[in-house]
Design a protein around this ligand. Structure first.
Ligand SMILES: *[C@@H]1O[C@H](CO)[C@@H](O)[C@H](O)[C@H]1NC(C)=O
Ligand SMILES: *[C@@H]1O[C@H](CO)[C@@H](O)[C@H](O)[C@H]1NC(C)=O
Ligand SMILES: *[C@@H]1O[C@H](CO)[C@@H](O)[C@H](O)[C@H]1NC(C)=O
Ligand SMILES: *[C@@H]1O[C@H](CO)[C@@H](O)[C@H](O)[C@H]1NC(C)=O
Length: 509
């Protein structure tokens, strides 16, 4: 039943990935590409829970990790900005995950990865806009900033990266994202014209330098040499972008339940436990200490930067360290494999989805409200005061709940510099002279449509609110009304509620 189609299977694999990251403290690391996973039907390896997915594919944890890295040497492709002829693009709402970063944790008794966080267009990976981006950031004093953001550096600027610092790779990833969406939205659809007003652009970020800098790099690719005086950058205090609606006791209880499930899953994985013991011995530290250092975070950074895995620094090595004193790709593969198993089990348990609905609602609600205002305003042509482009520069723990709440778990865990876009479209007017009689309530909604794209892939018809829409019907796009009623009511079905207030304050078993 679970694997009733390959698509479902793919969905499930991805969902687990999506779920893996609710706590910034823990993992940060799971990529997947549903299409590739579908092809990679290696026979299943040992599963922690034999009841689940006994004949599910075993994705190759190493190959999947390459996708997570999101190497910026590939051309960016995507279906953003594509629509039937004559449809008009009214607004776009994008959430990005920050780009490649230095680890948040270091592995005890090892050297940190040697990565230079000073930007230089002479170093790879580079980008044609990198040099002008660097000089443009020097003028950031002309922009408007929430006061809490003023002290953050506008660029990575350390010859040895600091913990969590955005790398040059991360900057380039977002220059590319911005440039790609400039082609899709500005060149093709004039979403923002050269004289865009300050109200038309909404930019918000969490208070970390890596999200702030990622947002600025994206923006520079999107609007090269933008006029600082028209830009306001706002801070969101929560990684959930929940603004003034963050209070939600039930959400925290779902998260705690999920964390307990995860803990049980992890400690039941004997291969994983054995691997930690081996790694700890290799480095000469206590197993507990090693586990607490979340070694996979640092190993991912070595992996994505093509650096060899770290060796014990207590060795009195001159040059070549003893192989036996080094961490190995096999260790890394076991941890990654366990993370995937955990994702599968997480999807099956369903607790994360309940958490995700409550975590994602405030952001989705704000997006829905903006879209509705713009859609109504388009009848009376008041475009200049509305935020037709909104950017939220965020974390994996921001984006994963959004994907889960939308029913897009199969889209995969957010890789570095992942992007999620909501587009609002208006279909051609049928007849203009009946406009007066069209004014009745609800009429404005009839020719409004939404598209949802993740890393350039159009997933609109896989969302929970448009899965049942027949795309060969008279309406080739998904009606905005589906999204509005999903956000305002239907999304709470899975927590047996009809509103955010009710869902947040009810008892969780
Ligand atoms: C892109 O870079 C990665 C990592 O440096 C490398 O493994 C891969 O082969 C490169 N791909 C292309 C198409 O150059
Ligand atoms: C980077 O840091 C150096 C040394 O602290 C400083 O001189 C330089 O102005 C900084 N550059 C930027 C763009 O912040
Ligand atoms: C959702 O948006 C509406 C405005 O459309 C607002 O009145 C309401 O308070 C918002 N709810 C939450 C929970 O953010
Ligand atoms: C919702 O209600 C159903 C039926 O009463 C129950 O089985 C389910 O556990 C409830 N779900 C939640 C999240 O409370």
């Amino acid at each position: 039943m679970l694997a009733r189609s390959r698509f479902m299977l793919v969905l499930m694999v991805g969902a687990l990935l999506a779920v893996l990251s609710f706590s910034l403290q823990y993992l940060h690391l799971i990529p997947t590409n549903p299409v590739a996973e579908q092809r990679s039907l290696g026979k299943s390896r040992k599963r922690v829970n034999p009841v689940l997915h006994t004949d599910a594919p075993a994705p190759d944890p190493i190959r999947d990790t390459h996708k997570y890295c999101n190497y910026p040497n590939l051309t960016e492709h995507g279906w953003e900005g594509h629509s039937p002829a004559d449809y008009r693009l009214l607004s776009v709402h994008v959430m990005i995950r920050h780009g490649d970063r230095f680890p948040l944790y270091s592995i005890p008794k090892t050297k940190k990865p040697a990565i230079d966080c000073l930007l230089s267009e002479k170093r790879n990976p580079s980008h044609p806009l990198l040099a002008s981006f660097i000089s443009h950031m020097a003028l950031s004093g002309r922009g408007h900033w929430d006061t809490s953001l003023v002290s953050l550096p506008r660029l990575p600027n350390h010859s040895t990266c600091e913990m969590g610092e955005l790398t040059q790779t991360g900057v380039v990833q977002h220059l590319k994202n911005g440039d790609h969406l400039r082609q899709a939205y500005i060149k093709r659809h004039n979403l923002l014209t050269a004289d865009w007003s300050p109200q038309q652009l909404w930019v918000e970020t969490t208070g970390k330098s890596r999200t702030l800098q990622s947002g600025l790099a994206f923006l520079f690719g999107f609007l090269p040499h933008f006029d600082w005086s028209r830009l306001t950058v706002r801070q969101q205090w929560s990684t959930l972008f929940c603004g003034s609606s963050c209070d939600c006791p039930a959400r925290n209880r779902y998260l705690e339940q999920e964390q307990r499930r995860q803990y049980r899953q992890r400690t039941a994985d004997t291969e994983l436990e054995h691997t930690y013991v081996t790694m700890a011995k290799t480095l000469g530290v206590a197993t507990k200490t090693l586990r607490a250092a979340n070694p996979v975070d640092a190993l991912l950074c070595h992996f994505c930067h093509g650096l060899s895995f770290p060796c014990s620094s207590t060795q009195t090595t001159s040059n070549a360290p003893d192989e036996d004193a080094c961490l190995k790709i096999q260790h890394f593969a076991v941890i990654r494999r366990q993370q995937k198993n955990d994702e599968l089990e997480r999807l099956e348990a369903g607790i994360y989805r309940q958490y995700a609905v409550l975590a994602a609602h405030p952001y989705l609600n704000r997006t829905a409200t903006r879209m509705e205002r713009i859609a109504r305003g388009s009848q009376t042509r008041k475009g200049k005061e509305e935020a037709v482009f909104a950017l939220a520069s965020a974390h994996d723990v921001s984006m994963a709940p959004l994907l889960s709440a939308l029913g897009l778990e199969g889209a995969g865990f957010p890789k570095f510099a992942a992007r999620l876009a909501f587009e609002l479209w208006k279909s051609p007017e049928v007849k203009d002279k009946d406009r007066k009689s069209d004014r009745k309530e609800g009429k404005w909604l009839e020719n409004m449509f939404i598209r949802v794209l993740y890393n350039g892939e159009d997933l609109t018809f896989e969302t929970a609110f448009c899965r049942d829409h027949n795309r060969h019907s008279a309406q080739p796009l998904c009606p905005l009304g589906n999204f509005l009623s999903f956000v305002r009511k239907d999304m709470f079905n899975i927590v047996n509620a009809t509103s955010y207030q009710q869902a947040c304050h009810q008892t969780v078993l």
